[in-house]
Design a protein around this ligand. Structure first.
Ligand code: M6R
Length: 366
């Protein structure tokens, strides 16, 4: 049942080329510019013309929401707020009738997310769901939505569900942008073509797993970790830190790289490993200077870089290369080494990777 893998989590990490492809299947065809999400058809107008989108979720699903915030705002020019479902539901939130709520949930059973939907619905919002489990409570409570086709996720630490969520949310954002006329035909075509390449690119990163394992070995006994990223890689930093906490029980924090000097930089010394996602994108130069700040304080840096990058290689302790991809699609590729890193560290520490202590796969109590 684990398909030859030692743990479900590893199997699920390696399934991502397929689960991402499955989440696009029948929805995207780059050669003739086809993009259609069946479950959205009657509601796409409403999504595209909404004045505001509120995204709710918990944990990893909330991180996928943060990625989606950047993409919806960039492409569809709709203001987005991303809320922890548990905070949103107890805050007497302001919801107007033309607001759209997107609820993200792998299990479709998370109690806080479900309650947030019911609340928003009672105030007249239109609810879209991005769920993995067909027929789940959240899927049933929404007006419209698009399933992620990640297949069953058994490992408590969410991996393939995250990349499937980001895939589907990206498709939703592109579809809304096209409807609204805020995306050029060239960019539309380019993104569809690049999306179709993502499974192969993810596969390429997975072929580098041994390299990540070697790095994991070196840092097995670290007590703390900091993860840094900017732009779309900021939520990826949060997700990398959450993965490490959950399964290895190492304290880890994710930060937007520029926030470091507002506090966390005080933590940096030779015992502090810092994972920096430093891909060649619009914030590359800024991230390079953030790395310099860490190195000047003797932090040990593991950098996730775009293949062929030599500048960062010379500055840091370890690099993990990933292929180049359009900025907007970067999280689908940059999160993969972080999943692997947390997995190998947890295994080397002898943790129960698939069922970490104190955690349940779906959190059906608030
Ligand atoms: O099933 P959901 O996506 O609603 O679950 C939300 C969180 O409980 C979940 O993502 C949790 O944070 C995972 N264990 C993360 O790996």
């Amino acid at each position: 049942e684990k398909g030859g893998f030692e743990h479900f989590m590893l199997k699920e990490i390696f399934e991502q080329p397929r689960s991402i492809a499955d989440s696009m299947r029948g929805r995207v065809r780059a050669d003739d510019g086809h993009l259609q999400l069946g479950g959205l058809r009657d509601y796409l107008d409403q999504l595209a013309s909404s004045k505001r989108i509120v995204i709710v979720g918990c944990g990893t699903s909330w991180h996928a929401g943060l990625v989606a915030e950047y993409i919806f705002e960039e492409l569809a020019r709709i203001p987005v707020e991303v809320e922890y479902a548990s905070e949103f539901r107890y805050r007497n939130p302001i919801i107007a009738e033309r607001d759209v709520v997107i609820a993200i949930s792998q299990s479709g059973e998370t109690a806080d997310t479900l309650a947030a939907i019911e609340l928003a619905k009672s105030k007249g919002a239109t609810i879209f769901g991005v769920c993995n489990v067909v027929g789940s409570s959240i899927a049933r409570a929404t007006h419209a939505g698009a399933y992620t086709h990640a297949g069953p996720e058994i490992g408590v630490a969410s991996t393939k569900a995250f990349t499937a969520q980001v895939t589907v949310l990206t498709l939703m954002a592109i579809a809304a942008a096209q409807k609204k006329g805020t995306i050029s035909e060239t960019l539309f075509r380019q993104l569809l073509a690049e999306l179709e390449r993502i499974p192969a690119l993810v596969d390429k990163v997975l072929q580098n797993a041994e390299k990540v394992k070697e790095i994991a070995y070196i840092f097995t006994y670290a007590k703390n970790f900091i993860y840094l990223g900017r732009g779309l890689n900021f939520p990826v930093a949060l997700e990398g830190a959450l993965k490490l906490k959950e399964i290895s029980y190492i304290h880890a924090e994710g930060y937007p790289a520029a926030e470091m000097k507002h506090g966390p930089i005080a933590l940096i010394d030779e015992d502090m490993p810092v994972v920096v996602i430093a891909t060649k994108d619009s914030s590359y130069e800024k991230v390079v200077s953030n790395i310099q700040e860490v190195k000047a304080r003797k932090g040990r840096v593991i950098a996730v870089v775009t293949e062929g990058d030599t500048q960062i290689r010379e500055m840091v302790d370890f690099v993990i290369e990933i292929p180049k991809v359009h900025d907007i699609l970067m999280p689908l590729v940059s999160v993969i080494p972080l999943q692997l890193l947390s997995y190998y560290i947890a295994v080397m520490r002898g943790r129960n990777v698939d069922q970490p202590r104190n955690l349940a796969k779906s959190v059906t109590v608030e």
